[in-house]
Write a protein that binds this ligand. Structure first.
Ligand code: SF4
Length: 443
């Protein structure tokens, strides 16, 4: 019998006529950066009745880590991205001696397990975790959990079975309609998961739940929004995208009948967002037909386009598969269809030159003068499992920083990269001090 078909039962212990609650405590460590990660995992437990067999507790404040008396029968879950590993490590150091089983998952662990073990994790989740989390629940109840890795198998990678909806969380995250990616851009580790798309029935089930809760805003997680449903990288299947967006709009509010697979559903969401965070668009997938479909259905007035660099040589090295001219063309098409273009760029790439940075500033200024554009800069951070996993960032000189900050004064660029730069500096300080042999792997 598979885990989904298993019946999870546990008898209470009776001592001196009293029932002793034997439920194992599962602590879920929630931070602002991971609050969207847990609902879909708990949905897998809730759908199979597993959660009822445990005493599930949310820890959303650091002082609760200090105040809780953990013991060896407890389990604590962490989900995190690499920049937050030092923070997670500082908590693990406080609780490790208690014997609590420390379980980790998320993008860092998906790409790298050796450092994660060194930091103190007992159990690691690698790959899409819904089904393996269910197996973990079963193993906990059967006392079969050993230290090690829960790895998803290819059959586990089923995006459609679960929704990011849990009774333990009030917030409903955006719906992940695309997982993984067919590209392997060197700074990114999304490709570690196979590209998969959620089907319309599963999307409809999510809309029904949103409507039942009277929620008015729907948005989606898709690493490459215009490739949703496409059979190959760089291709688009506008019909698949339209089917999702059409389903999100009530036939009555659009003033026309909806046919085909959306028939019978009448959703009336006030805000439907697509092509903007967290469903950004690759420049080479922006086309007139696609933008027209978005314009017909979405509420967002801007689309976010991953430009990443203004240098063709850099884009080639990154294996982006597009040029700076493709970015400009994408901006032109987006503007022509009434969308402001939000452009994402990364600075601080390994080996980035002063000339490259100057050229980027000129590119941003030129596009801003010619089109309706806003830019958002990010600082490079080497992500485990990516092509640049062990490459050190380059850092801007004080003068170069000023030049980029000038862009902000002109209202051109937001300053997210300053915070990102701090994170990367802090991360490498931590790694150098606490895990020097891992630090030595970077060049
Ligand atoms: S940067 Fe975007 S297109 Fe490239 S691998 Fe990551 S998700 Fe895919």
């Amino acid at each position: 019998m598979g885990v989904q078909g298993a019946i999870f039962q546990k008898s209470p212990l009776v001592a001196e006529g009293k029932i002793i609650d034997m439920k194992k405590r599962i602590f879920i460590r929630v931070f602002p950066f991971n609050i969207l990660s847990y609902p879909v995992l708990l949905n897998a437990w809730e759908k199979n009745g597993v959660d009822k067999e445990f005493d599930i507790k949310i820890i959303d404040k650091p002082d609760l880590i200090e105040k809780t008396a953990f013991n060896k029968d407890d389990v604590i879950l962490y989900s995190f991205m690499t920049p937050f590993l030092p923070l997670v490590h500082s908590e693990i150091e406080k609780i490790k001696k208690s014997g609590v089983l420390i379980v980790g998952g998320g993008p860092h662990i998906n790409g790298e397990q050796e450092l994660a073990r060194a930091v103190g994790f007992d159990i690691l989740f690698v790959g899409p975790a819904e089904e393996s989390f269910l197996r973990f629940g079963s193993d906990l109840l059967d006392n079969k959990v050993r230290e090690g890795i829960y790895r998803s198998s290819s059959q586990d990678d089923n995006l459609n079975s679960y929704l990011p909806i849990s009774k333990y969380f009030k917030t409903i995250p955006p719906l992940e309609i695309m997982r993984g990616c067919r590209w392997k851009c060197k700074y990114c580790n999304t490709h570690l998961n196979r590209a998969a798309f959620r089907n319309l029935d599963s999307i409809r089930a999510y809309f029904e739940e949103m409507q039942r809760r009277k929620l008015q805003r729907v948005n989606f997680i898709s690493p490459s929004a215009m490739e949703f449903g496409a059979v190959k990288a760089r291709q688009t299947d506008i019909g698949q995208i339209e089917a999702v967006l059409k389903l999100a709009r009530s036939p009555h509010s659009r003033g026309g009948a909806i046919s085909g697979s959306a028939a019978g559903s009448a959703f009336d969401f006030k805000l439907v967002e697509y092509g903007i965070f967290p469903s950004e668009i690759r420049p080479d997938t922006v086309c007139d037909a696609g933008m027209k479909i978005l314009k017909k259905y979405v509420s967002n007035k801007a689309v976010t386009i991953g430009a990443q660099s203004s240098s063709d040589a850099r884009l080639k090295e990154l294996r982006r598969g597009h040029s700076a001219a493709d970015t400009e063309k994408a901006v032109e098409i987006a503007n022509a269809n009434g969308f402001l273009a939000n452009l994402d760029f990364i600075i601080g790439y390994p080996g980035e030159t002063a000339r490259e940075r100057t050229a980027l500033i000129e590119f941003i200024k030129r596009l801003t003068g010619k089109y309706r554009v806003k830019t958002h800069l990010h600082h490079f951070f080497p992500l485990p499992g990516s092509g640049f996993a062990y490459r050190l960032p380059s850092f801007l000189s004080a003068r170069e920083k000023e030049n980029f900050l000038e862009l902000k004064k002109d209202g051109i660029s937001k300053v997210g990269w300053i915070g990102n730069e701090r994170q990367v500096i802090d991360y490498f300080d931590w790694l150098k001090n606490r895990f020097p042999t891992f630090y030595e792997r970077y060049h």
